[in-house]
Design a protein around this ligand. Structure first.
Ligand SMILES: Cc1ncc(COP(=O)(O)O)c(C=O)c1O
Length: 402
């Protein structure tokens, strides 16, 4: 009766495991001040322009004349217009109003998008990877069986992202129907150039694959030749869906807002994926609250842009401090240039969890074991710039003193 694929998901969730270990340690050592550099959550409060919009939206909801009930499935026009103008038109990309689907964050859609594809397709993921792509396909029955000793799902195509390829995936030997790509990347912080991404677009168009492109960290890009949207590549509207989030560029992790672009030109089996996704949203989704969408539109005002870019710069300054501090201490570390994530090689042959324990016990610093993101994350460790600056400096000092 039940979906048995749920039983195949391996035991305890990565962040639950980390939480348990940290709790046990702090209970046994109440005098130690633990610094958390493992989190993927933002720590700065919402910017003033966003708070102002939230207050205004709340007042409007309290007035019969300006009250809003159920929102549109695709999002309010005012937000979609701001998205199209600022995120796409400003970069020379034309996106239509009916190609934008506002949602309550990228996580839901990165899992739900699978529902418009058949359950017997072949899916390719990067390794290491944001775990939702793998786990949602496992629940849908596409991943096959989990092989504990190898930490692999039998039916997925894994694309290793390792030191030798600059943590950027290579075109797979076996043809996938759906390919998940995420740049800038969580957890490695790696990116690809526009020319490299164009190769993926050309491959997908040649093979008839669909790329699900996660650009949740687009606001952190600092280098010129790194694309902000996959639609900067020629032919991408014929093969790619793009996901965006307000979580990391504007601190909306607790507000919940994002959007997905499904171009009308994306057709498979003679069917428009845009029409399928509209049907999906109309059937299973009731939109994002007016107040949150109004706050989202405030991100695109001149004040909103200024204030949120200062927040991104704050986190990136932390990330730079982490990366440079680790390299100065003799670690091999990458990322932290176009993403708030720093990816470091564990020293002295320690595996990811051994290094987690070592760092917790000897520096009282918490990070995320790379093996939690996939088999090729083993031997690596993720630190993030999302904490506060003073704690970040203190944590790096402690690591340097080890
Ligand atoms: C790669 C990636 N995609 C999506 C998300 C989820 O974003 P949201 O908060 O919009 O659901 C995250 C969150 O950490 C992420 O790292």
């Amino acid at each position: 009766m039940i979906n048995k694929n749920y039983l195949k998901l391996p035991g305890s969730y990565l962040f639950a495991n980390i939480g348990r270990k940290v709790n046990e340690y702090s209970q046994a050592n109440p005098d130690k001040r633990i610094i958390r550099l493992g989190i993927g959550d933002v720590s700065l409060p919402l910017a003033p322009a966003i708070i102002k919009a939230l207050h205004e939206g709340a007042d409007e909801m309290g007035n019969a004349a300006s009250f809003h009930g159920y929102p549109d499935y695709e999002g309010y026009d005012f937000l979609r217009e701001a998205i199209i103008a600022n995120d796409f038109k400003a970069r020379g990309v034309e996106i239509g109003m009916d190609e934008v689907f506002v949602n309550d964050g990228a996580k839901c859609d990165s899992a739900a998008l699978g529902e418009i594809f058949s359950t017997d397709i072949k899916v390719a993921v990067c390794d290491p990877v944001y775990p939702v792509y793998v786990d949602s396909n496992a629940l849908a029955g596409r991943a096959g069986d989990y092989q504990e000793e190898k930490q692999y799902w039998s039916n997925l195509i894994y694309m290793p992202c390792v030191e030798s390829n600059g943590f950027a995936p290579e075109l797979p030997a076996e043809r996938p129907d759906v390919i998940y790509l995420c740049f800038p990347n969580n957890p490695t912080g790696a990116t690809v150039t526009k020319a490299q991404l164009q190769e993926w677009v050309d491959y997908a168009n040649r093979e008839g694959s669909v790329i699900i492109y996660d650009a949740a960290y687009e606001a952190y890009i600092s280098e010129e030749d790194v694309p902000h949207s996959i639609y900067e590549c020629e032919g991408a509207k014929e093969c790619a869906i793009e996901m965006r989030s307000f979580s990391k560029n504007a601190g909306f992790t607790g507000m919940r807002l994002g959007f997905t672009i499904v171009p009308k030109a994306l057709v498979r089996d003679g069917v428009s994926l845009n029409q399928l996704w509209l049907k999906h949203q109309e059937t299973t989704f009731n939109g994002v609250s007016y107040v949150v969408q109004k706050a989202g539109a405030a991100v695109y005002t001149p004040e909103g842009k200024q204030q949120t870019s200062e927040q991104v710069a704050y986190y990136m300054n932390n990330a730079k401090y982490i990366r440079e501090g680790l390299i100065a201490a003799g670690f091999e570390a990458s990322g932290g240039v176009n993403a708030p994530y720093v990816w470091l090689k564990t020293p002295q042959g320690m595996n990811s969890w051994q290094f987690f324990d070592y760092l917790l016990e000897n520096a009282n610093v918490v990070g995320t074991p790379g093996s939690g993101f996939g088999p090729h994350g083993e031997g690596y460790f993720r630190l993030t710039g999302f904490g506060n600056y003073e704690n970040t400096v203190e944590a790096i000092k402690r690591i340097q003193a080890l």
